[in-house]
Design a protein around this ligand. Structure first.
Ligand SMILES: [Zn+2]
Length: 290
């Protein structure tokens, strides 16, 4: 079975791995969307993941939300994001873990895991060839106490509580999933910690659209003791931590008003699509060709 998408790949044409467990739809925008924890398929032929301590609960409705975001972004700009979706329930396969934990004891899913990340590599290569720079969004859902979007850059809550100058001096940005953008944003004043919580940060744009977000200018860091997700395998592997040309941000969405109903998802998808278009324009200089 192929361990990577077999070409020719065409924008808007969905391809899957051989069993149809994971899918990739190439786009034309410098944006890659991942839905790793919203799968619904649960084939009886696959045993449940049995790794000790691994999470098998889905991020409810995040596959639907990712599709709504992709559609909203395409409608706004005329350019669809690249979309990579795990169709399997998380009890079978985890689209945001290294291979052993992702498949549990299901070694027959090794090929699916390779294909999933090869699809992401392919999407990033297409963005690099077409636009040079771009952004990966890894979409999740959390059930933490504070109802706000948690934006993950691989910087933990204790470092986020540092002042900007101390955070930069500690090297947090160079260890982040936006390491490259923190040095080359078109908004010179937002380089460094400004990328995380300056006036053009994703958090700032989402707060302006009515969605509480951390980090953002209004909420620069989680307080000590507050639960917060910093990012995971996808933001580590597919962002600019190791020198890639795409940066990555993990979005952990709360439930109410964001992903609980189709109306919430449609409204949030439109807001996020607008925020991402502004973000890509300001930081990367991307404007959609007519
Ligand atoms: Zn998740």
């Amino acid at each position: 079975m192929p361990t990577a998408p077999v070409g020719p790949l065409r924008a808007g044409v969905t391809v899957t791995d051989a069993p149809g467990y994971v899918e990739y739809t190439p786009g034309t925008a410098p944006l890659v969307l991942i839905a790793p924890h919203g799968g619904t398929q649960s084939p009886a032929a696959l045993t449940d993941r049995s790794c000790s301590g691994c999470t098998t609960v889905n991020d409810l409705n995040t596959q639907e939300l990712a599709r709504a975001i992709a559609a909203a972004f395409a409608a706004r700009t005329g350019h669809a994001p690249h979309l990579v979706v795990n169709r399997l329930h998380r009890r079978k396969f985890d689209g945001n873990r290294e291979r052993a934990e992702a498949v549990g004891s299901n070694r027959m899913l090794d090929t699916t895991w390779l294909w999933f990340h090869a699809a992401l590599d392919s999407a990033r290569a297409r963005v690099t060839a077409q636009q040079g720079r771009g952004l990966v969004i890894d979409l999740h859902g959390h059930a933490h106490e504070v109802p706000r979007l948690e934006l993950g850059y691989l910087i933990d809550d204790a470092e986020l509580r540092l002042a900007n100058s101390a955070l930069e001096a500690a090297g947090a940005l160079t260890r982040s999933s936006v390491a490259r953008l923190a040095t080359d944003s078109r908004v010179a004043t937002d380089r460094g910690a400004g990328i995380l919580r300056g006036s053009n940060s994703l958090g700032a744009l989402l707060v302006a659209a009515g969605y509480a977000s951390v980090p953002s200018p209004a909420d620069p860091a989680p307080l000590a003791g507050q639960a917060y997700f910093t990012g995971g395998y996808n933001t580590q592997r597919h962002g600019s931590l190791s020198g890639g040309t795409l940066d990555a941000i993990q979005i952990e969405a709360h439930q109410n008003g964001v992903r609980d109903s189709e109306a919430s998802r449609t409204r949030f998808a439109a807001a996020l699509a607008e925020a991402l278009q502004v973000y890509l324009a300001r930081h990367y200089g991307w404007t959609p060709a007519p």
